[in-house]
Design a protein around this ligand. Structure first.
Ligand code: ZN
Length: 279
């Protein structure tokens, strides 16, 4: 681990095993998170098996953190990482986020958080952007895709009707942190504080054009077609945020940036819900 403990976010564990974790397979990685879940009543491992067929695809790891009750109905947020198997910082960030919440469950008060740390297990194991069938899974959503990972995640998204979806990616063409927003207007007012908090550890990309899209202070409001989102034409659209760290930055910093951004989103969205309840 290269970051000095003094530079870590106060909520991060000083003994995190970032360095040793990188070469693990998807199943070894899931067992690490599983071990964290065994230490907490709030975090449960609940993998999603493939529901039908004889596909060799075993399913996808899912962990659910049910935070302390917050008064109202639980707010459901889905966190997705590793849809591009070579962008592993996001997967490790989910592990760190889970550890942080296990130590401080109140940070997730009122929330049910659904963690999908490795959305493309075959790609994760091969350290490849693509699925074993050679597809970029993040261009396959809501197109009647035959990819089993996509079908499984689409079912999850439909079934749990998330209030928000947060995806983690790393961009090897970007020198700084940025994000995409989609859906509810408030997504932008959640992404700004998320980037500000993550900006304490990684510089923000403030270029006018990022990844071919017009950007404003690191915020892009257009996306590629077929990315992991809520289904089209929903009546109540969730907020959707895609966070992108610079892939070349030290991985511990990318991980900390994702964790900080996620915690900021939880804080800000809770304020929004409380405000809406008072209207
Ligand atoms: Zn990506």
């Amino acid at each position: 681990m290269s970051a000095k403990p003094g530079l870590m976010h106060p909520l991060s564990s000083p003994d995190s095993e970032f360095a040793g974790a990188y070469k693990r397979s998807s199943s070894e990685f899931a067992s690490q998170l599983e071990a964290v879940s065994l230490t907490s009543d709030f975090l449960a491992s609940s993998p999603v098996p493939l529901s039908s067929g004889n596909s060799p695809f075993p399913g996808i790891a899912r962990f659910i953190f049910e935070g302390p009750h917050g008064g109202g109905d639980p707010i459901r947020i889905g966190f997705f990482a590793g849809i591009h198997g070579d962008e592993q910082a996001g997967s490790h960030a989910i592990l760190e986020l889970a550890r942080t919440l296990v130590r401080n469950p109140r940070l997730a008060e009122g929330y049910h958080l659904y963690f999908y740390p490795i959305c493309n297990p075959g790609g994760f194991d091969a350290r490849s952007r693509y699925s074993p069938s050679g597809k970029d899974l993040n261009r396959e959503f809501w197109k009647n895709s035959a990819e089993p990972e996509v079908q499984l995640l689409e079912r999850e998204i439909v079934e749990h009707t998330f209030h928000g979806l947060v995806s983690f990616h790393s961009d090897d063409t970007s020198h700084g942190l940025y994000g995409f927003v989609r859906g509810a207007v408030l997504a932008r007012s959640l992404l700004e504080p998320a980037l500000a908090s993550a900006g304490e550890v990684l510089e923000r990309n403030c270029d006018p054009v990022i990844d071919g899209f017009p950007a404003e202070n690191g915020i892009i409001s257009k996306c590629y077609d077929g990315i992991l989102t809520s289904p089209p034409k929903l009546e109540n659209t969730p907020f959707e945020i895609i966070l992108e760290t610079p892939h070349h930055a030290p991985e511990p910093k990318q991980i900390e940036a994702f964790v900080r951004a996620s915690l900021a989103i939880l804080v800000e969205y809770r304020k929004f819900i409380a405000f809406a309840a008072d209207l």
